[in-house]
Design a protein around this ligand. Structure first.
Ligand SMILES: Nc1nc2c(c(=O)[nH]1)N[C@@H](CN(C=O)c1ccc(C(=O)N[C@@H](CCC(=O)O)C(=O)O)cc1)CN2
Length: 282
């Protein structure tokens, strides 16, 4: 069996096209969706992700601004900047690009963002609402994975999903979303003993461990749907957490890296920003 390749780039484009229509409708009502991205320092990968977010905003018709701050900025000054953005009625969405320099506590920074403008879905209020099944901004990568599963026609209810990785921004929230969609979910991580014995049971396998090509064909049940969240630079090449060339031979569907989950992260940020503009409506 050769897997269907789930084209995240094409699905992300379709999401953005639809959002452009929604943004145009909002404009007709005098509301121009707006996003502020805060970038601290000049981490090269972050520079590129932030550029992608600004470019996507232009495509959708979202007003975006990028606030660049020196890596030496104090935590207090960064919190003050966020409080100003919280109070600015013309700003609908705020995100602080991660990672932050070591001297800044990311949890304190995230908790300072107004939950109503938290288009990354990272604040404790939005995370708590996700846990208890209330309305929340969903974190963009897990939100994007759910959209990829939907658009690829993957049935979730009653399936066994195995998530490898337990980060706050991917592993934990995607486990909750899959559970909410009636999957039976197993969470594995870097300390799981005999990882393959779990992953081989997966109908849906989510690889979000951040280790280049760690999951090989031995980890995958034939016919599984494999979602690769990894973006690793390895021997000068961009690779995922899954050994794509061998796993594609046995999976029923698989996301590539690049061009799978990554573009969806940005598309769903656009979705959250348009939603924030609808709710705040100014
Ligand atoms: N505030 C946030 N910080 C970070 C997040 C986040 O969701 N919010 N996620 C990641 C980085 N990220 C978005 O910020 C992100 C990562 C990867 C991609 C992407 O499109 N990847 C491409 C490959 C890009 C490349 O060539 O390097 C792909 O997979 O096709 C988009 C966004 C951590 N920080």
């Amino acid at each position: 069996m050769t897997a269907t390749i789930i084209d995240g780039k094409a699905i992300a484009q379709a999401v953005k096209r639809n959002l452009k229509g929604e943004a145009d409708q909002l404009k007709g009502k005098g509301v121009i969706p707006s996003l502020t991205v805060v970038l601290v320092g000049n981490h090269p990968a972050s520079e590129s992700y932030v550029k992608g977010k600004i470019r996507a905003s232009e495509e959708v018709g979202i007003n975006s601004q990028l606030i660049r701050l020196e890596s030496s900025i104090s935590e207090r000054a960064l919190l003050d900047q966020i409080e100003q953005l919280n109070a600015d009625p013309s700003v609908h969405g705020i995100l602080v690009q991660l990672p932050l320099p070591d001297h800044i506590n990311p949890d304190r920074v995230i908790a300072t963002i107004s939950p109503a403008k938290d288009v990354d879905g990272f604040t404790p209020i939005n995370v708590g609402n996700l846990v208890i099944g209330q309305e929340a901004f969903l974190p963009c990568t897990p939100f994007g994975i759910m959209e990829l599963l939907k658009q690829s026609g993957t049935e979730i209810a009653g399936k066994h999903a195995v998530v490898v990785g337990r980060s706050n921004i991917v592993g934990k929230p995607i486990s909750l979303l899959l559970q909410r969609a009636d999957a039976t979910v197993t969470m594995c991580h870097s300390r799981t003993v005999d990882l393959a014995s779990y992953t081989r049971q997966a109908d849906i396998l989510i690889a979000a461990v951040g280790r280049p090509e760690m999951l090989t064909r031995e980890h995958v049940k034939p016919g599984a749907v494999v979602i690769d969240v990894g973006v690793n630079r390895h021997h000068g090449k961009l690779v995922g957490d899954v050994k794509f060339d061998e796993v594609k031979e046995i999976a029923s569907a698989i996301t590539p890296v690049p061009g799978g989950v990554g573009p969806m992260t940005i598309a769903m940020l656009m979705r959250n920003t348009v939603e924030a503009a609808k709710r705040i409506g100014k």
